[in-house]
Design a protein around this ligand. Structure first.
Ligand SMILES: Cc1cc2nc3c(=O)[nH]c(=O)nc-3n(C[C@H](O)[C@H](O)[C@H](O)COP(=O)(O)O)c2cc1C
Length: 183
């Protein structure tokens, strides 16, 4: 197994998405001790905003293509993904490589990879909840990965800004979920 581990939270050691993504990678490694793991910290070493010139450098795309399993720590900022993570996605959604347009509509070309996303959100966004219309993190990531032919899996810790007890319980439940994912 070739694992690409991505983090994008700006909160360092206090980050829930980093703790959960690390737990997922640890579980995957335990299941396959020979797995190779490449780590990219998009907060510590941000990719620049996309420019036309940036398309000439395919190193981020190549890393993605070389991995069969991608684990992504994705905090919710202002109802969507961090711009650091968007800059990474801007480099892997490449027409003719990870998707193409056909007469029958768009076709994903990156199928066969496993993508697991560790979500961390301050609020609650369950279907039917007052804030559900503002959920543009999980819905966006699902749409983007579906578009390139991948059905992503999610582990979510929600309500992290509600209070310390809710935060601890949500992270505990999410870390427990990672056992199931690696099975
Ligand atoms: C800049 C910033 C913006 C945020 N915006 C939202 C938001 O729109 N909705 C929400 O539910 N939580 C929001 N939060 C709370 C985070 O989603 C929450 O703190 C989560 O734990 C962040 O993930 P992390 O712990 O991995 O950093 C925001 C936090 C920060 C730092």
């Amino acid at each position: 197994m070739t694992i690409l581990h991505i983090d994008s939270s700006i909160t360092g050691e206090n980050s829930a998405s980093r703790a959960i993504s690390a737990s997922i990678v640890e579980r995957l490694r335990a299941a396959d001790p020979a797995a190779s793991i490449l780590y990219r910290d998009l907060a510590a070493q941000p990719l620049p905003h996309l420019t036309l010139d940036a398309f000439a450098d395919t190193s981020v795309l190549d890393e993605f293509l070389a991995a069969d399993t991608i684990v992504i720590g994705a905090p919710m900022y202002n109802f969507t993904l961090p711009t650091q993570l968007k800059a990474w996605l801007d480099r892997i959604l490449i027409a003719g490589v990870t998707f193409r347009y056909t007469a029958n509509g768009p076709e994903g070309l990156a199928g066969g990879k496993r993508v697991i996303v560790a979500l961390a959100r301050g609020g609650m966004y369950d279907a039917g909840s007052p804030a559900s219309a503002l959920e543009h993190l999980e819905t966006y990531l699902r749409g983007v990965f579906n578009f390139i032919g991948i059905d992503p899996e999610f582990v979510a810790a929600d309500g992290l800004a509600i209070g310390p007890e809710q935060r601890a319980e949500s992270i505990r439940l999410a870390l427990g979920e990672t056992v199931r994912l690696a099975a």
